[in-house]
Design a protein around this ligand. Sequence first.
Ligand code: CTP
Ligand code: MG
Length: 230
Amino acid sequence: MSSPPFVVCIPAAGSGSRMDSGIPKQYLPLAGKPVLAHTLSMFDGMESCETIIIATDDKRRLDHLLAEYPLRKDCFIVQGGDVRQKSVANMLAMCTDDEAIVLIHDAARPCILPELILAVVHAVEESGAALLALPVRDTVKATDGRYVTQTLDRNTIRLAQTPQGARAGIFRNAFAEADRDGFTGTDDVALLERLGIPVRVVDGLPSNLKITTPADLFLAEQILLRHGRS
Ligand code: CTP
Ligand code: MG
């Protein structure tokens, strides 16, 4: 599938507190190389990926990783922020071509597949903004913390994954507005939604998990093996 060119921003400046592992989860070994090296190599291998921007709070560790797993694409490294949204804002500041298609993809999602990335790029090209999101298998309950308040229609619900994408100018403006309003979202396209910008949904896969706890590393290893990537 041919695809328009795109830039990818990889937030990799988190501390991985829920992993509880001494070193941040993006640097933990997974099927022979660090989590982040898997994530980067997936984008680095795609013809239409033109530039890779990485946010880090540990430049020395990242430089070391890039020396061991060099990238072929143009790569820029920016300072991470204390929250993910700030890390992403710092990367978007590098995307000065308003029309460029920008994807944001968590360093901690190493099992992403090129066909999913391309599906998001195409949806951004067609509709302006898009995300990968997982259909829900279980029945979904709203609660007050103790009792069920409602059973939601799971057909209308999706679990947000990454990549999430939009044109650079739209993303930069939405992040600036959020900053002005003191709004913090739990994902990137939430900052577009609050401005009324339509966001297309592309079905994600359970295998595109975000490594969050130690059990996820084991799962991710099985997935990478199955994808033939270890
Ligand atoms: N991230 C970032 N800057 C931050 C926080 C998070 O760049 N200040 C990145 C992480 O490195 C990760 C992605 O955003 O690749 C998704 O965040 P999350 O899974 O929450 O990672 P952490 O914040 O590192 O983990 P935790 O919430 O368990 O501390
Ligand atoms: Mg976090």
